[in-house]
Design a protein. Structure first.
Length: 513
């Protein structure tokens, strides 16, 4: 299809970036995979861009025995591939420190407290600390409680401009009951304003752009409702399997791993009402209001509204791959879902009657994350006399990854014949327009935690509402009830998922990266 490529007039760009406040960042699990792959590189990039305060240091904490120098070597390996300036990198590394201990040992936290006092004096941080939990979810509450008992959840010095902050990775809870219990235990030591629950999808530039696209342009919001929108599709497709994550994935599955957080988070941004301002709580209030409007999934309609699947052996990108039950560490009779598709309805004035189709899965044909808004077709075609009685619907596709951008399709006349029509795509590609790909999502989230901006972090009521919505699905799956459909790796999912949307006279968009 013909494409129209956009350009950017730099004179019209409005940019605002607030550098991080003075903080000592304490990373629990600093010797782990997440810290090496995401955190150190993101912090280094922020440092190179001048967005970290000169009064900044990082103290890694973990069970692995490291000296400060050994830890700096670990960090160096993580950042050297993307480093732009060696001198800046070496200066960054001098701010890295390490302390080893056991997470269940109260003395470990007293040692942390003493080391922080020493480093605070060296870097004039003034007692401002961020505690980042990159540890197994089962010990989140234990670490938070030990921090509180050691007096580290309250400001050590009146010089600190903000409270100590607790950053927590997903998953936040295993179901509604455990999420509530985790919130309760953390809440005994940290106020909600101190807690930053990460959903790294919300840190992606293209997910954040949903807010800009909707609320910074007057031409889209008037048609963003049931009068003009036919349906919405949200897709998170992965071509990879579970890799070496069987220990985690067997207890999670697609519903817990992707649906409860990433998918419902994107749905809320797409469908929520305009917030009063760009302030964190105004945006999060509207997200919560939207989640409250999603029609509950009752026991009697789960099978017709939610499709769960598990991949079997097949071929992905030209390579033969095993089925889920043949993956290392997976039970031979596992009923863990690797695919979920659902039809959700939002019962409010804006979206009444508009279906939202959501799907996510592993071992699908391509890696693709997108939100596609399909508008209603024209009520009457004036071109029916020449055979054009059914015109294609206009669509807006918000491409989250891997080819970040936005695509708008509309109908236009081709030169030549009196009536010759084609679908034209207006395609905005982040990399082509701005000259580089979108930055790592953790850069945004880490910086926001340092400036005290909770916009992209999940609030307590948000977490519990999303678990509450999916609790009937989780209980059914955990009990072994309900259908678990098989699909061959490399296909678009189980046939029952096609029937879910085709029953309404619609089709899934093709999975093309």
């Amino acid at each position: 299809m013909p494409e129209v490529q956009p350009t950017v007039d730099n004179q019209e760009m409005a940019c605002a970036e607030i550098p991080g406040q003075p903080y000592g960042l304490v990373v629990f699990g600093a010797s782990g995979d997440l810290a090496r792959r995401k955190l150190f590189g993101s912090l280094h990039d922020l440092y190179e861009r001048g967005l970290l305060s000169d009064k900044f240091y990082l103290m890694g904490c973990g069970r692995t025995q490291f000296s400060d120098e050994e830890f700096r070597s670990v960090v160096r390996e993580s950042v050297e591939k993307t480093a732009q300036n060696r001198d800046v990198s070496e200066k960054f590394l001098t701010r890295m420190f390490y302390l080893s201990g056991q997470y269940d040992d109260p003395k470990f936290y007293e040692d942390i407290k003493a080391r922080l006092k020493e480093l605070d004096g060296k870097y004039a941080v003034g007692g401002c600390h961020i505690f980042y939990l990159s540890v197994p979810p089962k010990i989140y509450a234990d670490v938070a409680e030990h921090l509180g008992q050691a007096g580290l959840s309250k400001p050590i010095s009146c010089e600190c401009p903000g409270q100590p902050r607790l950053v927590i990775e997903k998953p936040f809870g295993h179901d509604l009951e455990t999420a509530r219990e985790l919130n309760r235990r953390i809440g005994e030591h940290f106020h909600e304003s101190q807690v930053y629950r990460i959903d790294h999808y919300l840190g992606k530039e293209t997910v954040q752009n949903i807010l800009m696209f909707r609320f910074a342009n007057t031409i889209f919001e008037p048609v963003w409702n049931r009068n003009y929108v036919d349906h919405v599709q949200i897709t998170i497709a992965e071509s990879l399997g579970i890799g070496h994550r069987a220990g985690y994935y067997e207890s999670a599955g697609a519903v817990r791993d992707m649906f409860q957080n990433h998918m419902l988070g994107m749905l809320a941004l797409v469908a929520m009402e305009p917030p009063a301002s760009f302030e964190a709580d105004h945006i999060r209030d509207e997200k919560v209001k939207l989640l409250k409007c999603i029609r509950p999934l009752e026991d009697e309609n789960i099978d017709s509204a939610v499709i769960r699947g598990q991949y079997a052996a097949g071929e992905v990108e030209g390579e033969d791959v095993v089925g889920y039950r043949q993956e290392e560490g997976v039970a031979e009779d596992s009923r863990t879902d690797t695919y979920v598709a659902a039809k959700l309805l939002v019962d409010n004035w804006r979206w009444k009657g508009v279906p939202f189709y959501l799907r996510t899965g592993k071992r699908l044909p391509a890696r693709l994350t997108e939100v596609a808004i399909t508008f209603k077709t024209v009520p009457h075609s004036m071109f029916a006399a020449v055979g054009l009685d059914e015109l294609p619907a206009n669509t807006i596709v918000l491409k989250i990854q891997p080819d970040e951008g936005i695509k708008l399709s509309f109908q236009a006349k081709r030169p030549g014949s009196k009536v010759c029509m084609t679908t034209l795509n207006m395609n905005f590609d982040y990399a082509k327009v701005f000259g580089s790909g979108a930055p790592e999502a953790y850069q945004r989230l880490l910086l926001d935690s340092m400036v005290g901006d909770q916009t992209l972090f999940t609030r307590q009521d948000d977490v519990e509402l999303s678990w509450k919505l999916l609790d009937p699905v989780i209980k059914m799956a955990d009990s072994g009830a309900g259908e678990l459909y098989e699909y061959a790796a490399g296909t678009a999912g189980p046939e029952s998922a096609d029937r879910l949307i085709e029953a309404d006279g619609r089709k899934w968009r093709p999975l093309m990266s």
